[in-house]
Design a protein around this ligand. Structure first.
Ligand code: V47
Length: 360
């Protein structure tokens, strides 16, 4: 069976089924799985490992949802909550205006009182506070669904308002695991898979590029992961709007699910490799180093990942609050390039749309 799959993967133009992906995950020896994923990543991306110069803005951690995996969310007024004003946020942007940043990534909690008109004002203010040409990648599908519904406008009208205000791309968060039963236990108040997929489809129709994620290593099964990947592949066949897929390993500190612990590193690497092989129509697989740590990020490059996100400059709290090794995630371009070269690849600085700005 593995030998037949090897031939199929080498031919490079044939789709792998759910059964074949399951076999690869369960039965393929790890060196061979690494070789298969590397073959596919080289067919798509050569030796390039992409990164950008970015930072995150997290406007608030006040959130209406109650996801059991989340270490970050607080109630309004609760100790440890934050809620930055637009002025606070523009001050954060001005403080970074000289850093050569090309992308700002904005995500936060689903704040009960904020609608799409408020967030359009926020995006306008961020664009004005940063040098011309910096792209904004902002808001998970779940935040978008809430803020647009709250304003009483349609999904396409809401996205158009944000686009006019400066939205360039949408990140992949909020997807978690699409299966309805798991989702009910994991994030009972959050929009379901239909909501997530509909928002991304509407964004693609409006020519907004987006990413996709999968939160794994908690209460889901392998079948749920494969189903999640194939639902993404199916949408991408229709819209071609996804640039990157980011497999996010569940981190167990400071959240209600913590007793289950964290999944072993070989599960993470198998999942990244199977994602690369399953998502034959999504160009990039991101190894998100603030979550994986720098060492596992380097190894992930040998399992099909070709993107490592960016410099980040100590600007995100989602993973450090959940116990990630990187408590103050910052990676200078020189260090980032050294890590990529040491793993045998060529660092390529990209912009939000994967246009190469510089090779090192
Ligand atoms: O949707 C929350 C995840 C996501 C935990 O698009 C957790 O380029 C693990 O989507 N353990 C938000 N994961 C982050 C995200 C993202 C990150 C980097 C790049 C991009 C991109 C998107 O973080 C949430 C959720 O799935 N998350 N808590 C946790 N305890």
């Amino acid at each position: 069976m593995i030998a037949t799959l090897a031939e199929k993967i080498k031919r490079g133009n044939e789709r792998l089924s759910a059964e074949e992906l399951t076999t690869l995950y369960l039965h393929c020896p790890i060196p061979q799985l690494s070789a298969f994923a590397t073959l596919r990543r080289e067919q798509l991306n050569g030796k390039n490992v992409f990164f950008n110069r970015n930072f995150h803005i997290e406007p608030t951690n006040i959130c209406m949802n109650d996801c059991v995996f989340c270490s970050y969310r607080r109630h309004e007024g609760e100790a440890g909550s934050w809620d930055y004003s637009i002025d606070d946020i523009t001050a954060q942007c001005r403080a970074r205006a000289g850093e050569g940043i090309t992308e700002v990534h904005i995500v936060g909690g689903v704040h009960p009182h904020r609608d799409v008109h408020y967030y359009a004002r926020l995006l306008q203010a961020v664009k004005q506070a940063l040098p011309a040409g910096v792209h904004i990648k902002a808001f998970t599908a779940i935040e978008l669904d809430y803020m647009i519904t709250k304003a009483g406008v349609s999904l396409s009208e809401g996205l158009a308002l944000l686009q006019q205000a400066g939205l360039d791309a949408i990140p992949g968060g909020g997807a978690e695991i699409f299966d309805a039963t798991v989702r009910r236990r994991l994030c009972p108040k959050k929009g379901d898979a239909g909501v997530w997929l509909r928002v991304h489809e509407a964004a693609h129709e409006a020519s907004i590029r987006t990413n996709a994620t999968m939160l794994f290593g908690h209460i889901e099964t392998l079948a749920h992961r494969i189903d999640h990947l194939l639902q993404l592949r199916e949408l991408q066949d229709r819209t071609h709007g996804f640039d990157a897929f980011i497999p996010l390993k569940y981190k167990a500190a400071n959240n209600a699910l913590g007793d289950i612990g964290e999944t072993p590193v070989l599960d993470v690497l198998r999942t990244i490799a199977v994602s690369r092989l399953a998502l034959d129509n999504i160009p990039h697989i991101k190894a998100y180093w603030p979550m994986l740590g720098k060492d596992v990020m380097q190894i992930a490059l040998l399992f099909g990942a070709d993107d490592i996100d960016g410099t980040i400059n100590d600007s995100t709290k989602i993973y450090s609050m959940a116990g990630a090794g990187e408590q103050h995630p910052t990676l200078g371009v020189d260090e980032l390039c050294r890590l990529v070269r040491a793993a045998g690849f060529s660092p390529a600085e990209r912009n939000t749309f994967y246009e190469i700005r510089k090779r090192y």
